[in-house]
Design a protein around this ligand. Structure first.
Ligand code: ATP
Length: 363
């Protein structure tokens, strides 16, 4: 295949309809060669549908999908240099690990000895060489998942699609596999498109993430950008924990927006394109970027009363009632070096912000 661009995949104005139901509404995005790209969103948002369209298992109702600049609609799945790793592994139970990995290569026309050689190489890559002669039932879930991964990598696809491949694993193994997958992607240079509904997983592994809901991409960016500069209510709420406050923008000056909320509380944060003076919008305040003090530390410290402290291992989450305002959460590291002090329920305190803690949301 001749490469016309460095974008491994371009999805252009793609629409998917099932009868009268629209599962994807005009989705456009490009995924670079050698990128670890993640589609993240809640159940039913259309992630799997988009992945299946890229794989060729679903047709595109409108718009197009391009692989290195060439439209691939009409090309059947097995003719696309794209492979998929499924959640349920889909291994052949009666074949050994080596044959499971080599079988697909033989189907592609490789000789038995070539297929075995390549299968051996990829099993080494996923650290399973010593299990080559076993059957899948003699392996743990994590090991089976790695066989599925080796099998999908064996024919050297240009793009590897991974549909929630870690969701059946326990938390510890899942975290180890996240790191392993990230390394494997860099080592092979293959473009990975990963689907998950787990925001922490997406932020840990990906070069970039597309956050989806209701058949649309809500925001696309790297992990830091999505976490620190969520564009709208959906993204702010879906990624991490946040306080969502309704505010009125009073004035915009030198890139800063002065706002107020109920109870006469005032807050200033970075201005955002599309939000002008007089707008009534939501503001996201990340709990871990707020800290409590007994005296106000700045003019905009918010007066509040502690309702409850919740111990969550590494952190302590404090629920507060803002004076004439909504409930509020502040999260402090459970360490003596934490910047936020913990106060007893009933205590009057001040909530202070680190710069960048607050973000105005477009809708
Ligand atoms: P999950 O994380 O639960 O797998 P998802 O984000 O991958 O969710 P999709 O499987 O892409 O969601 O489904 C998107 C929407 O399209 C859902 O509302 C689903 O019910 C609908 N849908 C998917 N496949 C079909 C189909 N074959 N016929 C009709 N509707 C479908």
């Amino acid at each position: 295949m001749t490469r016309k661009t460095n974008d491994a995949i371009e999805v252009r104005n793609a629409v998917k309809r099932y009868g009268t139901f629209t599962a994807l509404k005009q989705v456009s995005l490009t995924i670079s060669d050698n990128e670890f790209f993640t589609l993240l969103g809640p159940s039913g948002c259309g992630k799997t549908t988009l992945l299946r369209m890229i794989a060729g298992f679903e047709d595109v109702t409108e718009g197009g999908i391009f692989l290195f600049g060439e439209e691939i609609e009409g090309l059947p799945p097995h003719k696309r240099p794209i492979n998929t790793v499924f959640q349920n592994y889909a291994l052949f139970p009666h074949m050994t690990v080596l044959d499971n990995v080599g079988f697909g290569l033989e189907m592609l026309g490789k000789s038995k000895s070539e297929a075995r050689k390549r299968a051996g190489e990829v099993l080494e890559m996923v650290q399973l060489s010593q299990f080559s002669a076993r059957k899948p039932s003699q392996l743990s879930g994590g090991q089976q998942q790695r066989v599925a991964l080796a099998r999908a990598l064996a024919p050297r696809p240009k793009v590897l699609l991974l549909d929630e491949p870690l969701s059946a694993l326990d938390l510890k193994l899942r975290k180890a596999m996240q790191i392993e997958l990230k390394h494997l992607q860099k080592e092979t240079g293959i473009t990975f498109i990963f689907v998950t509904h787990d925001q922490e997983e997406a932020l840990t592994m990906s070069d970039r993430v597309a956050v989806m809901s209701a058949g649309e991409v809500q925001q696309l960016g790297d992990a830091r950008e999505i976490y620190e500069r969520p564009r709208n209510m959906f993204v702010a709420d879906f990624i991490g924990e946040t306080n969502l406050l309704e505010v009125t923008v009073d004035q915009i000056d030198a890139g800063r927006a002065a706002c107020h909320l109920g109870g006469g509380h005032r807050l200033t944060c970075d201005a955002v394109d599309g939000i002008g003076a007089g707008a009534r919008v939501h503001m996201s305040l990340r709990p871990e970027r707020l800290f409590l003090s007994s005296e106000p530390t700045e003019s905009e410290s918010l007066k509040a009363r502690v309702r409850e402290n919740i111990f969550i291992g590494t952190d302590i989450s404090t629920i507060l009632d803002l004076d004439d305002g909504p409930e509020f959460r502040v999260r402090a590291s459970n360490s003596s070096r934490g910047t936020s002090r913990v106060f007893e329920p009933g205590t009057e305190v001040f909530v202070n912000m680190e710069r960048g803690a607050a973000r105005l949301l477009v809708d």
